[in-house]
Ligand binder design. Structure first.
Ligand SMILES: Nc1ncnc2c1ncn2[C@@H]1O[C@H](COP(=O)(O)OP(=O)(O)OP(=O)(O)O)[C@@H](O)[C@H]1O
Ligand SMILES: [Mg+2]
Length: 386
């Protein structure tokens, strides 16, 4: 499905520049107009997702047109692009019902990402208006764990998060692999606003502060990135992480947590806070042995009932999926094929494979996992009577 767009700008040159910058397979330009008067009937007939307006010469027309769209066509959202981002412009935009004002930049990728982010945010908002979203009481916290390094935890956490966002879920991803977290690499996101910076900068953080430190991926996933270097991990305590999870969880449908391969304090806390633990395992003796030991640990800390297995790198070998089921005696949420080409290319380009236009075997497996996750209903634990 493509994002339908109408462009309005007085200057033909600008209209063409914007249209060219937005050339992408998920974007469809449904029309370009010089002013609101000529655009309104087209907006009426094609019902665009986004109307992009350039604030160039005649300002009054821009705000008047936005107001009409806001009042009469709430399904189309206005995105204002301006070279002068001042308080006056922002105030007038707010009055005209424009929630998205972005500064003009030539780079195509910047524009495309802004368009996708606006589209994703507005889709969730529309669903919420239809009553299809909850206010957070059902939010699910999912830790993707696996006791062997390199088993595919981050690959699965990232692709699951993006796939849930594609299904209009509000998703946060926290990278709690504090020493070597690399989830941002899988999403091609770089920033200095990392988890340790947040914690060092704000002793008493709230959701707004946390959001300032989250990066938004084009899919709509909000991600809190791990420290840039292992020594910064020491600034982050169990208490910090507990507070972080508690603050974030009511604002999202899904909170996906990527962790390291060890049972450290932070991983145990993530596991403890989760409704669902996806334990990544595989089809070789070494990983199965590790998984068996981990399951015993999870049993001893009373977390075993939350565990589902994800068997990664499935290929025809001497150990089969049903052997794993017998050995580990745990329900299986998904089986992901070994698919070096798809998974490796995704990592190298920073584009999660669930965003590939062409359907892949790995993508289909993540689709199945996403379905499992959506259909999963957490067991509500009854508090014991004191
Ligand atoms: N199903 C798969 N098919 C092929 N390659 C895969 C598959 N899953 C993961 N990989 C590759 O294995 C490597 C490790 O994956 P990933 O980083 O997701 O593992 P991890 O468990 O998060 O590792 P770490 O313990 O270091 O955090 C990556 O190069 C990834 O591309
Ligand atoms: Mg990892």
């Amino acid at each position: 499905m493509s994002i339908k767009i109408i462009i309005i700008s007085k200057l033909e040159e600008t209209r063409l520049k914007v249209a060219a910058a937005l050339e992408s397979e998920d974007i469809y330009i449904a029309g370009q107009f010089k002013d609101g008067a000529s655009a309104l009937s087209r907006i009426e007939s094609v019902d665009p997702d986004i109307v992009i307006m350039m604030l160039d010469t005649d300002e009054s027309d821009v705000f008047a047109t936005s107001e009409r769209i806001y009042m009469n066509r709430p399904s189309s959202v206005v995105m204002l692009i301006t070279k002068n981002m001042d308080v006056d412009v922002l105030q007038r935009a707010m009055k005209a019902g424009i929630r998205h004002v972005i500064p003009w930049k030539r780079e195509s990728q910047y524009l495309i990402e802004n368009v996708r982010t606006v589209y994703n945010e507005e889709s969730s908002h529309r669903d919420a208006l239809k009553g299809e979203q909850s206010l957070g009481h059902t939010s699910k916290v999912i830790t993707v764990f696996g006791s062997k390094g390199g088993s595919g935890k981050t690959t699965i956490a990232v692709n699951l998060a993006v796939n849930l966002a594609k299904k209009k879920k509000k998703v946060a991803l926290i990278d709690l692999d504090l020493q070597y977290g690399d989830a941002n690499i899988f999403l091609n996101l770089e920033t200095n606003d990392t988890l340790d910076e947040l914690i060092q900068g704000y002793a008493d953080f709230d959701i707004d502060t946390i959001r300032n430190y989250m990066k938004t991926h084009s899919s709509g996933v909000h991600i809190l990135i791990a420290p840039k270097s292992p020594e910064y991990a020491e600034f982050i305590t169990r208490e910090h992480v507990e507070k972080l999870i508690n603050i974030i969880r009511p604002y999202y449908d899904y909170l996906i947590i990527d962790v390291s391969a060890s049972f450290d304090d932070i991983t145990i806390l993530a596991i403890d806070s989760s409704n669902l633990i996806l334990m990544v395992t595989g089809l070789d003796v070494s990983i199965l042995r590790n998984s068996k030991i981990s399951l015993k640990v999870l049993e001893s800390i009373k977390q075993i009932s939350k565990v589902k297995l994800v068997i990664n790198r499935d290929s025809k070998g001497s150990i089969s999926v049903s052997d794993v089921e017998k050995i580990l005696q745990c329900p299986i949420a998904a089986v992901i094929p070994s698919d070096w080409k798809t998974v490796g290319t995704a990592l190298n380009t920073g584009i999660p494979f669930v965003q590939n236009v062409k359907r892949t075997r790995a993508g289909a497996a993540i689709d199945a996992l996403t379905k499992e996750v959506i259909e999963f209903r957490p067991v509500i634990e009854k508090k014991e009577e004191e």
